[in-house]
Each structure stands twice: as C-alpha cells, then as structure tokens.
Design a protein around this ligand. Structure first.
Ligand code: NAD
Length: 410
C-alpha cells in the first residue's frame, strides 16, 4: 500500500496532468517550505523523564498564513504529517480561505498520559516551535487526540514569548477567544454537502440510508446533522466496533451512551457488527469519519454505497479510488467534504484579529455559504472537464495556489 504522502502525491499528479502544469511548478508546489522535527521531553508524574518526537511541517504559504491541525497519535510520522500538510494547502484553496497549509503532531498515545503530563508535553512543544508559528505565520488547530484544552495551553504558552495573541491558534474554548460553532463545524459541513450531493442526483436525504465510520468529533456531529435532516443513519462505529440497526439508530441515545461509557461497546440500540462489515453495508451513503487509508484495493469492491463522503482525511487509497470511479461510486473528496472545520477556524481567527464576536447564527450562515459555493465550483469544474469530483477539487485548489505563486513570484 502507498504511504499517505505517495497517495496525496498521486492525486496531485492526476490533477496536475489535466492542468498541463509544468514540471518546475509541480516541484515547487510539492516540496514543503519547511519541515521541523523536535525533541519533546517531559517529566512524568512519577518523576521519570519521557522523550517524544514532535513535528510541524509547513507546506505552502503562497496564499496566506499556513493553517493545519496538530495531532497526538502514536502513529504520527513525518510522511503522514507531510501528506496532511499538503492536503491542507489544497483544502484551504478549494474553499478559498486566505491561507496556506501546514500540519503537526506528536508521536504519543494521549491516553497513556495524565492530564498534567499532556499539559507539560504541549507547553514544551510550544517552547520548541514558538518562533515558527503565530497569527500571521502558521496557525495550528485541533486534530485527532487534541482538543480545545490543548489549544488553550498552546495560546497561553505562546503568549509568554510573544504577548497577547489569541489568533496564534484556533479551536480554542469559546470562553477563551474560541468561536461559537467550531466544535460542530466539520460535521455540519459534511452534512451540508451530503445533502447538496444527493440533490445533484435527484435524491433526498429523507429517502437515504447512511453508515458512518468513527463516532468522535466529526462522526457524531455528522450523524446528528443527517438524522435531524431526515436521513436514516443505520450504522455507526468507533474503535471498539460497529452498531447496525436497519430501522435507524437513535443518535441521541448513542451520544448519551458514549458520554457515559466513553465507547460505543455494548450500546443496546442495534446489533453489533465488525468495522469491516460497516464499510460493505448496502446503504446509500458511506461516510468514513475516523482514520486514513481505510478504503483500499482489498475492500473497495465490497462497498455497496453509491455515495462516499470523505469526512476523514485520506480515507481512500488511490487504488480504491480507481475502483470506485470504475463502479460509478461517487466520492466527495476530503479536501472539500471536511473543510467546514478549517472554515470556522478561519472565522475564529478573523474574530480574534478584529476583536469582534460573531454569534452562532452568523457562523452557521457563513459556513453554509462557503461550503455550498465551494461545492458548486467543484461540481461545475467536474462537469466542464469531465473528471471526478476529486480531480475537480484538486484542479480548483492547485489552480488557485499555482496562480498565486505565478503572480507573486519566488
Ligand atoms: P476523534 O478522535 O474525535 O474521533 C475519531 C473516531 O474514530 C473515534 O470515535 C474513534 O473511536 C474512531 N476510530 C478510531 N479508529 C477506528 C477504527 N479502526 N475503526 C472505526 N473507528 C475508529 O477525531 P475527529 O476529530 O472526529 O477526526 C476524525 C477524522 O476527521 C480524522 O481523519 C481527522 O483528520 C478528520 N478531520 C477532523 C476535523 C475536525 O475538525 N475534527 C476536520 C477535518 C478532518
């Protein structure tokens, strides 16, 4: 199987070929501007020293300060962070935010650390990289294994070096310069575009069944949004396994169960099935909202959904993507589908920079406008160029970055 970066590069090359991009421009757009790898030592609660490795990869800043999440996961490595950083460059361009792309992470299982250890780890990481990020340079945000508390620590530690700078990071708690609606934003964006996609095919959410892999931030808000819109969410899952109910799962009950038990395991609202079986269910819409690389050459042929909405980053390998194209399975690509999070992160940064607060209604309205406008642009590009929605999204994103690069020069 290709590495995450090889997969991202292949998608880039497919679009670059349709665009007739020169090889020198391809090189300029693929090579990241800066890669930083640092040692992050902390004192454990028992007095012992533990040393972790942290990354921040700044892929491209041609369209503005770089933007991208910070992931705490034991499998974080330079290749994956680079792939995700490049996806951020295309993603911010697809939704036309005045940003570039970056990504970071620490190779750590956050569940192995106490809350105090996590705080020390985060602050130490900021000590190591505070010079290379900031409101006008590179703005981190939450990703897998990090949350608004992590962002609050980052802001606090950053300000010890640079003074008051709430815009140095987004996804902060609402009480601490965060934005209303940031937590729900990615799932809400996924839900909005699922409805838009179905409409293009003359289908309605009320007559559609949905299976969602992953019941974390993105999966839960997507499930709640689609159920409220009238869809039947027949399967959900987390790392413990999947739950299936042909009559539709009561998402409110599932949320209450997970809030209490911290896992879907044992949830009585349906029968338990494997995570692999969820991907092969006979549903209208399949939404991977957990890890990357889950739809592969091996299981793509078993997928029976007509529509795949990529809520996770990089859930489909290029080999699986080719199989879906051949089977006429419509894939709404990650760089568009899950851009709601970075869009509301942008709204948060705008509010921080202007010392001005928006209410939830305004955030939701602007989010819907941004997502719908971007979807329409990608859809019309796909029709015009006769390419898949993925290639069209890359065409839009890469095109904007390439034009900014040409106009600005090197
Ligand atoms: P999260 O940590 O809140 O949730 C992840 C969920 O996936 C959990 O329910 C976990 O149990 C589940 N999971 C893990 N391994 C699994 C497996 N093998 N099978 C099934 N489920 C599994 O993370 P999140 O913030 O919801 O992010 C999910 C995905 O969405 C990631 O790919 C992330 O990069 C992407 N994403 C997130 C945001 C955001 O705003 N949070 C924005 C854009 C993209």
């Amino acid at each position: 199987m290709k590495t995450a970066f090889e997969a991202a590069e292949q998608y880039f090359e497919e679009a670059a070929t349709v665009m007739n991009l020169t090889s020198s421009m391809r090189e300029l757009l693929l090579i990241p501007e800066r890669e930083v790898k640092v040692q992050v030592p902390i004192k454990r609660d028992n007095g012992e020293i533990a040393t972790f490795v942290g990354f921040r990869i700044q892929h491209n800043s041609k369209r503005g300060p770089m933007k991208g999440g910070l992931r705490y996961h034991h499998e974080v490595n330079a290749d994956e962070v680079l792939a995700l950083a490049s996806l951020m460059t295309w993603k911010t361009a697809v939704v036309d935010l005045p940003y570039g792309g970056a990504k970071g992470g620490i190779a750590v299982n956050p569940k192995d650390l106490s809350i105090d250890e996590l705080e020390r780890l985060t602050r130490r990481f900021v000590d190591e990289i505070h010079d290379i990020f900031g409101p006008d340079k590179d703005i981190p945000a939450p990703d897998m294994g990090t949350n608004s508390q992590t962002m609050a620590w980052i802001m606090n530690q950053y300000e010890k070096f640079h003074g008051f700078s709430p815009g140095c990071v987004t996804g902060k708690p609402v009480e601490l310069y965060g934005a209303e609606g940031r937590e729900e934003a990615t799932g809400r964006g996924v839900g909005t575009l699922t409805l838009a996609l179905l409409r293009k095919f003359g289908r309605s959410i009320e007559s559609s069944t949905v299976a969602i892999q992953g019941f974390g931030n993105v999966g839960t808000f997507t499930a709640a949004y689609l159920q409220k819109a009238g869809g039947k969410v027949v399967a959900i899952s987390d790392v413990s396994g999947a739950i299936f109910n042909k009559d539709g799962i009561d998402i409110t009950a599932a949320l209450a169960w997970v809030a209490d038990k911290k896992s879907l395991a044992g949830f009585p609202g349906g029968e338990s099935i494997s995570n692999e079986a969820l991907l092969a269910l006979d549903v209208d819409v399949l939404i991977p909202a957990a890890l990357g690389g889950v739809l592969t050459e091996d299981n793509a042929k078993d997928v029976r959904a007509r529509f795949i909405v990529e809520a996770a980053n990089g859930p489909t390998t290029p080999e699986a993507d080719a199989i879906f194209n051949k089977k006429d399975v419509i894939v709404l690509p990650d760089i568009l589908a899950n851009a709601g999070g970075v869009t509301v992160s942008y709204f948060e940064w705008v509010q921080n920079q202007q010392y001005f607060r928006w209410d939830l209604g305004r955030v939701r309205e602007e989010l819907e406008r941004t997502m719908t406008r971007s979807f329409d642009k990608v859809w019309s590009t796909a029709q015009e160029k006769k390419v898949s929605l993925r290639v069209a999204a890359y065409l839009v994103g890469i095109g904007r970055v390439a034009r900014a690069t040409t106009l600005g020069g090197i």
